[in-house]
Write a protein that binds this ligand. Structure first.
Ligand code: FMN
Length: 315
């Protein structure tokens, strides 16, 4: 359908048509009719983006929760930035952007001017928040290595020099430059060949009936270790896996989604994948939680299968 670019006449039309009907039958009856006969009203609301927004604002609540989550996520992102709180998502995204700048050919003498200050601040906050695990935190090490490399090659500009000063005043980490540039180990040959991968793909199926045995936690941890290596947009990793394996809790959680009726009582464990909209400043990114979490979930399920555990994705 062609999307109208001048919706005003349709809004006027909507008002003209709806007003007398609503005044005659009342708003609740109007809503009921709209709900019961969407095929009658949908062509009308589908005339323009604005009219469809009116439909979803006043007639259908189907997007209310999503709108709320997106707005709330934006607010949280802005708050973390403003209060200079520790923001993993901002730090990951910006370190990733710096990495890309470092890899450019030819590399520019000056880059990242518009975000280097917030990146260093965010790194400083992450250092403060993780003081007890500075030496074991691979994310901090990664951020440190990239920032150090960046400041060693970038030219001089007031804003960059200011950030450089803040960075070098912080305690240095024991860097061995492992993270810059990130090196793939291509020396040893890959032990998984295509036939083996295909066999794994055939083996994985959605399994709905399980042995009544606890799932060893270390196997779940191992699978998550593999899933955590999945790609994510700007490396934000905007989701987490929440693991439930206490029978009572499993039952409670398993009864929440649709699609588990009739077999959820036999789940020995369940993992909830939670997307974090607070990782984004813009609505345009709102679907990335689904993409990134799904990519990781696929890896998770393959990893489970390789460990002798079956799984089933649920709604
Ligand atoms: C996003 C998604 C949601 C799913 N939701 C359910 C569900 O709620 N209940 C269920 O029994 N299976 C669910 N499945 C499993 C699919 O039915 C299954 O993947 C599909 O039939 C293909 O079968 P296979 O996984 O054995 O290859 C879901 C799969 C995906 C990818």
């Amino acid at each position: 359908m062609k999307v109208q670019t001048s919706p005003k006449k349709y809004i006027d039309l909507a008002k003209d048509v709806a007003k007398p009907i609503i005044s005659k039958i009342g708003i609740n009856n109007f809503k009921r009719i709209v709900k019961n006969f969407p095929e009658l009203v949908l062509p009308w609301f589908a005339h323009s983006p604005l009219l469809s927004s009116i439909y979803y604002a006043f007639i259908s609540s189907a997007f209310h929760r999503e709108h709320y989550s997106v707005v709330y996520g934006k607010l949280k992102y802005a708050e973390e930035l403003k209060l200079a709180k520790n923001s993993d998502f901002l730090l990951r995204r910006n370190i990733h952007r710096l990495e890309k700048g470092l890899l450019m050919r030819p590399r520019r003498d000056i880059f990242a001017k518009d975000y280097i200050e917030e990146t260093v601040k965010s790194y400083k906050n992450a250092l403060l928040a993780n003081q007890n695990e500075v030496t074991t935190n691979s994310e901090l090490q990664w951020a440190y290595d990239v920032l150090k490399q960046y400041f060693s090659i970038v030219g001089s500009e007031p804003i960059i020099d200011k950030a450089r000063k803040i960075f070098f005043e912080l305690a240095p980490l024991a860097s061995n430059n492992q993270c810059v540039p990130y090196k793939r180990d291509l020396a040893s040959s890959l032990t998984v060949d295509y036939e083996q991968f295909l066999a794994l793909s055939y083996r994985r199926r959605s399994v709905r009936w399980y042995l009544q045995k606890p799932v060893p936690r270390d196997l779940i941890d191992n699978a998550i270790k593999a899933a955590a290596l999945s790609p994510s947009a700007c490396n934000r990793q905007p989701f987490e896996f929440r693991i439930f394996d206490e029978p009572e809790l499993v039952q409670k959680v398993a009864s929440i989604p649709m699609g588990t009726k009739g077999f959820n009582h036999n789940f020995p464990a369940i993992i909830v994948v939670v997307g974090k909209l607070r990782a984004y400043f813009s609505e345009r990114d709102r679907h990335i939680i689904y993409i990134d979490a799904s990519l990781a979930s696929m890896s998770l399920m393959y990893a489970f299968e390789s460990l002798g555990l079956s799984s089933c994705p649920i709604n």
